[in-house]
Write a protein that binds this ligand. Structure first.
Ligand code: UD1
Ligand code: PEP
Length: 421
């Protein structure tokens, strides 16, 4: 178990480069097993989720190597095995192996996925989608067994009851080699879905409409990777550094950003009084003089991302007036609140909302990161607060933030990871 140790209260300055998107990478790696040739990704973030996905690939006799941010995967001798090891539970996105294995072998046996404890995370839409394509699904010994008919999956119309990133991705993976056309209605529109479709189309897939709420997939015979794929920048990591810059920056330049992916988020920061220069692929954040708190409601892309609601709450400890956050996607994503209160933060849950007030007496102390973005909000608050903050279970931060200690240190932060005894 790791502890992130921060000596906060310092002003930061300089520049930081955002890595490849975690939520793209964790879909692209399972998708790579659909290729009959070697796959190369660049701009791969150095995060624990990638290490765990590589270990799962290893179990399937799929070797991979990583050199800085270039990941090479060779699925040419893949073996069909049940994925029931503890590694599956180490992250949410292991459920993408369901769709990918179903496509590749007509069968998948995968344990229930893990991931952040941010309230209930059912996978009923994924299951319904696999069944609509003709697969049978049953549950046995904590695993999901999915099997295509001997004649293969058949494209169909899949209309989701509500928007789900994971179910949209799993349906793309499952239908890309099916017979005929699949239409996904009410699809999620996240940029990571476009990234996945771009990768698959470059391998010979026929996916149209990714990034809109109707995606059409015409099944093809086989897929082979020919070129390396550059992963899009992580919009949540970018947002996290923009918040840090707004809170304690004396001029910070955040590079490798697609501002269009952060439209609503940047709009909210402007409303709060953050002074930024938004370039084509970077954001410069000027020192902030006065912040005012705002109301935020999270929603699927292009709305305000749920993954940024906890990080932005930390900025609201510096703002005038009451901040209000309504997370419509994960209303129970509140495990950061008691930990932040230990640091002197004025944040509480009121019915379905999180309320925040200016907190003039923040102070470093021992806290625990129960999940990734709760950890991000503790990290930001620890950088703001004077004194020493020790974030226990910091592995939850390291599972999704690329070389975070190195990046924060390069901005002048006093931060390190120590092993818990
Ligand atoms: C690896 C990855 O990309 N993770 C992201 C993905 O998670 P994930 O793909 O798990 O999130 P979904 O978009 O599927 O979930 C959206 C909502 O739908 C519900 N739901 C989802 C599927 C289902 O079958 N049944 C069901 O009830 C969920 O509980 C949640 O309330 O999108 C979330 C919402 O933007 C982000 O917070 C996560 O960072
Ligand atoms: C909830 C998140 O991740 P995951 O879906 O991988 O648990 C997140 O990145 O904020």
């Amino acid at each position: 178990m790791e502890i992130m140790d921060i000596h906060g209260g310092k002003t930061l300055a300089g520049s930081v480069t955002v890595g490849g998107a975690k939520n793209s990478t964790v879909a692209l790696i399972p998708a790579s097993i659909l290729s009959h040739t070697k796959v190369v990704f660049d701009s791969v973030p150095q995060i624990k989720d990638v290490e765990n996905l590589r270990a799962i690939l290893g179990d399937m006799n799929v070797p991979s190597t990583i050199d800085e941010s270039v990941l090479t995967i060779d699925p040419s001798n893949i073996k069909q095995v049940p994925l029931t090891s503890g590694k599956i539970q180490s992250l949410r996105a292991s459920y993408y192996f369901m769709g990918a294995l179903l496509s590749r072998f007509g069968e998948a046996v995968v344990s229930f996925p893990g991931g952040d404890d941010i309230g209930p995370r059912p996978i009923d839409q994924h299951i319904r989608g696999f069944q609509a394509l003709g697969a049978t699904v049953h549950f046995e010994n904590d695993s999901i067994h999915i099997k295509a008919p001997d004649t293969g999956l058949v494209g169909t119309m899949i209309k989701f009851d509500f928007i789900s990133v994971g179910a949209t991705i799993n349906m793309i993976l499952a239908s890309v080699l099916a017979h005929g056309q699949t239409t996904i209605e009410n699809a999620a529109r996240e940029p990571e879905i476009i990234d996945l479709a771009t990768f698959l189309n470059n391998m010979g897939a026929r996916i149209r409409g990714a990034g809109t709420s109707q995606i059409k997939i015409e099944g093809v015979e086989s897929l082979s990777s020919k070129n390396s794929h550059t992963i899009i920048p992580d919009r949540i990591e970018a947002g996290t550094y923009i918040i840090i810059a707004a809170a304690i920056g004396n001029g910070i330049w955040i590079k490798n950003v697609i501002p269009e992916h952060l439209d609503l988020f940047l709009g909210k920061l402007e409303e709060m009084g953050v002074n930024m220069q938004i370039g084509e692929d970077s954001v410069y954040v000027y020192p902030t003089e006065r912040l005012v708190n705002v109301e935020i409601k999270t929603s699927p892309f292009p709305g305000f991302a749920t993954d940024l609601q906890q990080p932005i709450s930390s900025l609201m400890f510096l703002g005038e007036g009451q901040g209000v956050i309504h997370d419509t996607i994960y209303p129970k994503r509140v495990r950061h609140i008691p930990e932040l209160c230990k640091m002197g933060a004025k944040i509480w849950k009121h019915e379905n909302e999180i309320r925040i007030l200016k907190s003039d007496h923040l102070q470093g102390t021992d806290v625990t990161a129960d999940e990734i973005r709760a950890g991000a909000s503790l990290m930001i608050t620890g950088l703001i607060a004077p004194g020493e903050t020790r974030i226990h279970d910091a592995g939850n931060i390291l599972r999704g933030y690329d070389r975070v200690v190195h990046k924060l240190r390069s901005l002048g932060a006093e931060v390190r990871i120590i092993d818990e005894q």
